[in-house]
Design a binder for this molecule. Structure first.
Ligand code: PEP
Length: 247
């Protein structure tokens, strides 16, 4: 069965000092039945691996190469390398990479496959822009992005999906719980028989003040949290909210 998951995405933020300070403020109940993960910048993954383990946090990467074998791919990290330093998860197809690195649906699907091949769980991000929502393209866009992944992988029950409306990322605008639920239900339906086993996270300006209402929705299994994950006290509160609604 699907497990609730709250994943923080630190994006390009952090330093040795700031990361240590973050850990000081992070507190969740010991017997948490919600998985908690942090996607840290690549240079800090290895050093955070053990510290996160002690704090009950799973390690995640913010990206993964689509290439399976080592070789001349400057700047890239393979799934095997991520696994080697302790990553359980890798974010794939975040809207910032789709936009700034022009990642296509096909590349996102290839990265998803590469992560799975290395034993790293891909957290596949899908979501529409504001223009697409205004043009009532939300369901079509999300279905197209997800279809590329479903077609590429052998067992789709091994992925995590994050629905992140692009217009809600870092803007302070959250999709209403009902808007999010409608898209999550469509995602689960598209996943077919695997749908009941796939965790579908919501992402887009999640904070402790709106987490409860989102986590009450039947098809929201957790959150991908950007800005609010930079403050470990605030992030702990979101995790607590997930524990009370999703556990
Ligand atoms: C994200 O980057 O995945 C995200 C959801 O960011 P924020 O929570 O800041 O909107």
């Amino acid at each position: 069965m699907r497990r609730p998951l709250v994943m923080g995405n630190w994006k390009m933020n952090g330093s040795h000092a700031a990361n240590a300070q973050w850990l000081e403020g992070f507190r969740i109940p010991e017997a948490a039945v919600v998985d908690v993960a942090i996607a840290a910048p690549a240079p800090y993954l290895a050093v955070l691996s053990e510290r996160f383990q002690r704090a009950g946090i799973a390690l995640a990467a913010q990206d993964v190469s689509d290439q399976l074998a080592n070789g001349a791919f400057t700047g890239q990290c393979s799934g095997a390398m991520l696994k080697d330093v302790g990553c359980e998860y890798a974010i794939v197809g975040h809207s910032e990479r789709r936009e700034y690195q022009a990642e296509s649906d096909a590349l996102v699907a290839a990265k998803t496959k590469a992560a799975l091949a290395a034993g790293v769980t891909p957290v596949v991000c899908v979501g529409e822009t504001l223009t697409e929502r205004e043009q009532e393209q939300t369901f079509a866009v999300v279905a197209r992005q997800l279809a590329a992944v479903i077609e590429a992988v052998e067992d789709v029950s091994e992925i995590v999906v994050a629905y992140e409306p692009v217009w809600a990322i870092g803007t302070g605008k959250t999709a209403t719980p009902e808007q999010a639920q409608a898209v999550h239900a469509a995602i689960r339906e598209q996943l077919g028989s695997a749908g009941s086993r796939v965790s579908v996270l919501y992402g887009g300006s999640v904070k402790s003040a709106n987490a409860d209402e989102l986590f009450k929705q039947p098809d929201i299994d957790g959150a991908l949290v950007g800005g609010a994950a930079l403050d470990s006290v605030e992030f702990s509160k979101i995790c607590e909210s997930a524990i009370s609604h999703l556990a």
